[in-house]
Ligand binder design. Structure first.
Ligand code: NAP
Length: 235
């Protein structure tokens, strides 16, 4: 897809990988709709994107676990931009590693709702509009944990396997439309995701989010006869 001027929705664009995806898309002159919770961080990313050349950036401060609020954000995005070309489902949270019964009931629910339910709901809200484009993309930022079972990550892994399953079925369901669907399955990335869950990991050896975002732009910007369905990025 030729990215210049395209409207891209990025969930979790206020921090980490999503923030760097927004910055790279801004440099490609995309219009960007950024979803996150923290209004201050969203505004900072918006300013940085504008400085990098994004012709239009709007932010939507919602907790994506709240389906009503998420639907409101999707409606506002469609009104503000008049349509969407690319949806990047990226927002996600981590639960501290441990056996299943060490993961609290609230944390289990929040992980499923954020990583999987909200991703499906937002896709559901936007898919009819995406089908109107000659060319549209849904890119789901999953994880290596959507492909490999790693100990202590039962709930997180369940959500990411779920995202992979959802991604695979969307590919089949949308093959007669202009929507192309892809999954990104990356290993550890140097963001604050683990620290937010009080997890101590060797973050400094992990992939840099700036570099991962280059992979995302590469995936989106392939010519019409090339599509990278699944990309695995590992250290
Ligand atoms: N970091 C890694 O090692 C790694 C590896 C593989 C896959 N991943 C996946 O990559 C994606 C991005 O992770 P990251 O490392 O960039 O994490 P991060 O730095 O913690 O950023 C997460 C983003 O998601 C947003 N978010 C979280 N919960 C939300 C909610 N309920 N409502 C709205 N926004 C919410 C956050 O928004 P606010 O800050 O505004 O709350 C933030 O913008 C996730 O799906 C994650 O599972 C990460």
């Amino acid at each position: 897809m030729q990215l210049k001027g395209k409207t891209v929705v990025v969930t979790g664009g206020s921090d980490g990988i999503g923030k760097h995806i927004c910055l790279k898309l801004a440099a490609q002159s995309c219009q960007i709709a950024i979803i996150g919770r923290d209004a201050g961080r969203l505004e900072a990313v918006k300013q940085d994107c504008a400085a990098l050349g994004a012709p239009r950036v709007e932010t939507y401060a919602v907790d994506i676990q709240d389906t009503g609020a998420l639907e409101g954000a999707a409606t506002a995005i469609l009104q503000d931009f008049g349509g969407v070309d690319v949806l990047i489902n990226n927002a996600g949270i981590w639960h501290k590693t441990g056996p299943l019964d060490s993961i609290g009931a609230d944390m289990l629910l929040a992980t499923v709702q954020t990583n999987l339910t909200a991703l499906m709901q937002l896709t559901r809200f936007l898919i009819a509009d995406l089908r109107k484009r000659d060319e549209a993309i849904i890119l789901n930022v999953a994880s290596k944990s959507g492909v490999v079972a790693q100990g202590g990550q039962s709930v997180y892994t369940a959500t990411k396997y779920g995202v992979r399953g959802f991604t695979e079925v969307l590919k089949v369901d949308e093959q007669e439309t202009g929507i192309r669907v892809a999954g990104l399955y990356q290993s550890g990335t140097n963001t604050d995701m683990f620290a937010k869950a009080n997890e101590d990991v060797p973050n400094h050896i992990f992939t840099e989010p700036e570099d991962l975002s280059d992979v995302v732009v590469f995936m989106l910007s392939r010519p019409p006869k090339i599509w990278l369905h699944d990309v695995r990025v590992e250290l």
